[in-house]
Design a protein around this ligand. Structure first.
Ligand code: YSA
Length: 337
């Protein structure tokens, strides 16, 4: 500053300097500020240098004010520099440090249940089954009654569930979280005439104690085929081929008689797991009463159906020892797939 220093110019300089310093966000800005105000050609240095042009009284008064300001600006400078160091923002906020090593971007992935369900659906699709999506909230009528499981049937106890509205006054009965995907059988058959060949994946819920092979929420993939002349051999052939595609030709498979009110005869299928059998599905020939319930003629049509548990399939395929990992939300498990 080369003009004659005045008290006003010192007051103005102080306000500008402190304002600008407060806005200096990093070390480089603080250094530019220092040069602008206190460097060899700085604005305050200019005032101090020009004190000699003043008369003695003014020089004393303005000189004292200028020196006071110099002390204040030096303290403010030290303080601001320390603040910046403490906050670690020696870089502008949006600066990119190109010297940092690269980090892998975390990519999301499909849940293991979704992956195995897709694999299972692919196998059935290739065998001619069409995929149909179902509903998780189901009417009592489809989950139980249409499947030959009336209100007083003991099979209901084995599939105790979470009711949305149990007392609902309707001929469809209450509303519940479905216990099995089998409700899709009557839903599909009511809508279309044979031939039928569908698979329907989705979530099921049961009010039951959990252990290594039982969860209270799990998936199933339902399968249904109805046509003239379908036999138990078609059921067996379809399920053996499914097991071969998923587990390979060498894995041991066991078929056993089982009971489900909506099939006759009924079976279940297990897969060998280190000398132990783990059940993956229930199946059977569609009960004539179920066919009649949807208006099909059981003298003309026969059918087979099955319900597979994908989490159990994935456990057997990948050696997962506890089904509870699937819904534990633990990334150490989920990211392995
Ligand atoms: C039977 C005959 C048919 O014509 C059609 C479908 C069925 C299956 C029947 N709806 C059913 O749900 N049978 S099941 O209770 O034995 O379950 C079938 C499969 O679902 C089981 O083999 C298992 O793989 C899976 N599952 C059942 N409860 C489970 C479970 N998976 C995990 N946790 C549970 N609590």
């Amino acid at each position: 500053m080369s003009s004659t220093p005045t008290e006003e110019s010192i007051v103005t300089l102080k306000a500008e300097a402190l304002d600008q310093l407060a806005n200096a966000a990093d070390e480089a800005s603080v250094e530019s500020w220092r040069v602008e105000y206190m460097g060899r050609r700085g604005r305050l240095t200019g005032i101090l240098r020009n004190l000699g042009s003043l008369d003695p009284d003014q020089r004393r008064a303005i000189g004292a004010a200028a020196n006071r300001l110099k002390g204040e600006l030096e303290s403010a400078l030290d303080e601001r520099a320390a603040e910046i160091k403490r906050s670690g923002s020696s870089q502008p906020k949006d600066a990119i440090d190109v010297t940092l090593p690269g980090r892998r971007t975390r990519r999301g992935g499909l849940h293991p249940s979704t992956q195995i369900i897709r694999e299972m659906l692919d196998a059935f699709n290739e065998m001619g089954f069409q995929t149909v999506e179902g509903n998780e909230v189901e009417l009592e009528r489809y989950n139980f009654d249409m499947l030959n499981i009336p209100a007083d049937h003991p099979a209901r106890d084995m599939q105790d569930t979470i009711w949305i509205d149990r007392e609902r006054a309707s001929e469809d009965g209450g509303v519940l979280l479905r216990t099995q995907t089998s409700g899709m059988q009557p839903r599909i058959m009511e809508k279309q005439d044979p031939p039928v060949r569908i698979v329907s994946p989705g979530k099921c819920f049961r009010f039951e104690a959990t252990d290594a092979t039982h969860e209270w929420q799990f998936h199933q993939v339902e399968g249904l085929a109805v046509d003239e002349g379908l036999s138990f051999a078609d059921l067996k052939g379809t399920l053996y081929e499914f097991a071969r595609r998923i587990f390979g030709a060498d894995r041991k498979v066991r078929f056993r008689c089982d009971f489900f009110p909506f099939v006759e005869p009924g079976v279940d299928m297990s897969i060998d797991w280190n000398g132990r059998w783990v059940e993956i599905l229930g199946a059977g020939m569609v009960h004539p009463r179920v066919l009649r319930n949807v208006g099909y003629d059981p003298e003309k049509y026969t059918g087979f159906a099955f319900g597979v548990g994908p989490e159990r399939v994935a456990m057997l395929k990948y050696g997962i020892e506890d089904i509870r990992h699937f819904f534990g939300n633990d990334l150490r498990f989920l990211t392995q797939f």
